[in-house]
Design a protein around this ligand. Structure first.
Ligand SMILES: [Zn+2]
Length: 424
């Protein structure tokens, strides 16, 4: 085995472990951790990361969107050409401790190492703690990185919080961010100064576990379109008296639609398309439903992901066609509401090739894989910054308290991250 960069038992390993433990305790919820986007806890998590980074000798600064930058350079958000690495500080409600946080901790380790070692990256390393990546809080993902990259809109700032309904702009103000500054329409930093954006993240699916490999080198990130609340409107009626031909049953219409979508999905997969489809919420109106009532309305969510934006658009059209046909045959009406899009992204092939080469040289068991989940690296890549991602094996899925990453796997992936920085 080649010499480790971050050996188990080293000061770096202890620093990572204590950060994970401290932040887990700080943001503990009834189960798992809760770090709401642009919320008080997210601010506290960033402040703690900043204190630890400062005591390890790094300077720090917040950008106009409230994201935390840490590095050797005095002005870490400044124009000096550099490597940027990081991930997000927020979590889903009652989520896992490592989602996002692992990437910030790994970046801090690398940034500290880059100030101490004889062998260090040719470019300065900035560690970045991003805000607001999870769509669970305001219904839209990548808020912190979108603001940083000049992509936030008025409509985004007006988005309501999942429980308080207060707009994002109020939360931003309380987090010390001027929302007006986030609407510049252009990046808050000079992107030509970012030589690469590198993100370490836990894998949020089962592929590394299944393959028995510690590390994943990511080739691309799936994009998606999502409808949080589609309404199928039919007509309520007595379950005993209305003959079949006169019914406008919303439940049967939605079941029919979802079966047709699943059939099409199967066909598209067989044709070699990359596609995943989820309807994670389906419900009748609890104020009106009963076993003896034909459902007059069903609400459901619809989310479709693919690495290809063209596939997403074609599948979207096919769903609308099925809806139109069901409206005719079943006498119902579909109201789709707001469509939310997240772009797909391709990782820089030179960076992923280098990461794979590093794994081979270090004899780290790895696979090359796409990311089913969205990550901040997608926005950087689409903004023209060469971007790379390394995944860490994680058992029991993600966005839940059971997610589990071993510190040993984390350190192996951090080795890949640092070696990649050395190669830039
Ligand atoms: Zn994440």
């Amino acid at each position: 085995m080649v010499n480790r960069v971050f050996s188990p038992g080293s000061d770096y390993a202890r620093m990572a472990e204590s950060l994970f433990d401290e932040l887990r305790a700080m943001s503990a919820d009834v189960a798992g951790v809760s770090r709401p986007s642009y919320g008080e806890m997210e601010t506290q998590v960033l402040a703690h990361l900043e204190r630890v980074a400062n005591s390890a000798g790094l300077a720090s600064a917040y950008d106009g969107a409230g994201n935390l930058w840490m590095g050797a350079a005095g002005d870490t958000t400044g124009g000096e050409r550099r490597i940027v690495s990081g991930s997000h500080a927020d979590s889903v409600p009652r989520g896992g401790n490592f989602d996002g946080l692992a990437g910030i901790v790994a970046a801090i380790l690398c940034a500290v190492r880059a100030t101490r070692d004889a062998e260090r990256p040719r470019l300065p390393v900035a560690a970045l703690g991003l805000r607001g990546e999870e769509s669970a809080w305001f219904g839209k993902a990548y808020l912190g990185s979108a603001a940083l990259l000049g992509q936030l809109t008025e409509a985004d700032l007006a988005r309501g919080h999942r429980s308080t309904r207060e707009p994002l702009s109020d939360y931003m103000r309380r987090a010390g961010v001027d929302p007006a500054r986030c609407l510049g329409g252009k990046p808050m930093i000079d992107l030509s100064g970012v030589a690469a954006f590198l993100e370490l993240h836990i894998e949020q699916g089962p592929m590394l576990e299944e393959a028995g490999r510690a590390v994943g080198v990511v080739t691309g990130i799936r994009g998606n379109f999502r409808y949080r609340q589609v309404r199928c409107i039919g007509e309520a009626g007595h379950s005993g008296t209305v003959p079949k031909r006169l019914r406008r049953d919303a439940v049967f219409a939605v079941s029919d639609l979802l079966s047709r979508i699943e059939e099409a999905w199967e066909e598209w997969l067989a044709a070699g398309e990359d596609l995943v489809v989820t309807s994670g919420m389906v419900h009748t109106n609890p104020d009106q439903d009963a076993p003896s009532i034909i459902a007059g309305e069903v609400g459901f969510s619809l989310e479709v992901r693919s690495q290809s934006m063209a596939t997403l658009e074609r599948f979207h059209r096919s769903i609308l066609e099925e809806c139109a046909s069901l409206e005719q045959s079943r006498g119902v009406r579909f109201e789709f509401g707001e469509r939310i899009d997240s772009p797909s992204a391709v990782m820089d092939s030179a960076l992923s090739a280098r990461m794979a080469k590093i794994c081979r040289r270090r004899e780290i068991p790895f696979i090359i894989m796409p990311s089913g989940a969205g990550h901040d690296a997608a926005l950087f890549s689409n903004a023209g910054v060469p971007s790379g991602m390394v995944f860490v094996r994680n058992a029991f899925g993600s966005h839940n308290p059971q997610e589990s990453m071993s510190i040993e796997d984390f350190l192996l992936a951090a080795d890949v991250l640092y070696d990649c920085m050395l190669s830039i």
